[in-house]
Design a protein around this ligand. Structure first.
Ligand code: CMP
Length: 242
């Protein structure tokens, strides 16, 4: 029933027809509205998800205690923003939720729809059976997991070795590779992230991120507009990483 749609997803593009049919028997389509939380870190895992359209963010709450409500000089309470880090974005054709399917643990992150999304859910038991019986399904999953470890390693080494502008340059280029569209003005990237979310991805404050982006824009390396950016000088950004 969903076979044709599954075949169009990068994750399942190279599957044997028999594997696609086997998957098709178990997939359950679902949709999420923008802002909806699909699961929270620590939840019991029910299955694996593959995103068809939209964008999902994966966040991890901080282990540090939440800031307490402070009272401003005008006597108004300031609402503390929950501390969390934004680990990754999931785009169309990518899977998530495989960790707990494979190791039987709980969800390692919270998953929230950043836009209206269409997804496929495959419950845990049939998914494990599909992995055992169809080597092309397990190999497609391992390929995506290996790629994620590479990306995570880059991010970790960036956090240790680079300053915030270096980390931001790396993030912009990575977002460009994943979500960018070439235009006459440069690579247009609709990342759909607020500056606070960009800050959560590079481990800095929103104010610092704002300063860095304004500096990049002043140098004409990027043009900012809302939740999009145009990468105008990829070479300079790349040079800024090191
Ligand atoms: P699971 O722990 O079942 O639920 C949360 C999912 O987020 C997890 O499986 C992975 O699919 C995904 N995930 C966790 N950490 C990362 C990461 N660093 N990069 C990309 N995806 C991740």
């Amino acid at each position: 029933m969903h076979e044709e749609l599954l075949a169009r997803l990068p994750l399942f593009q190279n599957l044997e027809p028999s594997s696609r049919q086997a998957l098709d028997a178990h997939v359950q389509p679902l949709s999420l509205s923008r802002g909806e939380v699909l699961f929270h870190a620590g939840d019991e895992a029910l299955g694996l998800y593959v995103l068809a359209t939209g964008k999902v963010k994966l966040t991890k709450p901080s282990r540090q205690p939440q800031p307490t409500v402070a009272i401003t000089r005008k006597g108004r309470p300031t609402i503390p923003t929950p501390r969390e880090s934004l680990l990754s974005l999931i785009g169309p054709g990518e899977m998530f939720g495989e960790l707990s399917v494979l190791d039987g643990g709980n969800r390692s992150t919270t998953a929230t729809a950043m836009l209206d999304c269409r997804l496929y859910h495959i419950p845990r038991e049939p998914m494990l059976q599909l992995i055992h019986e169809h080597h092309d399904i397990s190999s497609a999953m391992m390929h995506q997991m290996a790629h994620r470890v590479r990306v995570s390693n880059e991010i970790i080494s960036g956090l240790v070795l680079s300053d915030v502008p270096g980390r931001m340059a790396y993030l912009l280029l990575t977002l460009g590779e994943r979500f960018g569209v070439p235009t006459e003005r440069g690579t247009e990237v609709h990342h759909d992230l607020t500056q606070a979310e960009l800050a959560q991805m590079v481990g800095a404050s929103r104010e610092t991120v704002n300063k860095v982006l304004t500096d990049f824009a002043g140098r004409k390396w990027i043009t900012m507009s809302g939740k999009s950016v145009v990468i105008r000088d990829e070479a300079r950004l790349r040079a800024r990483i090191d």
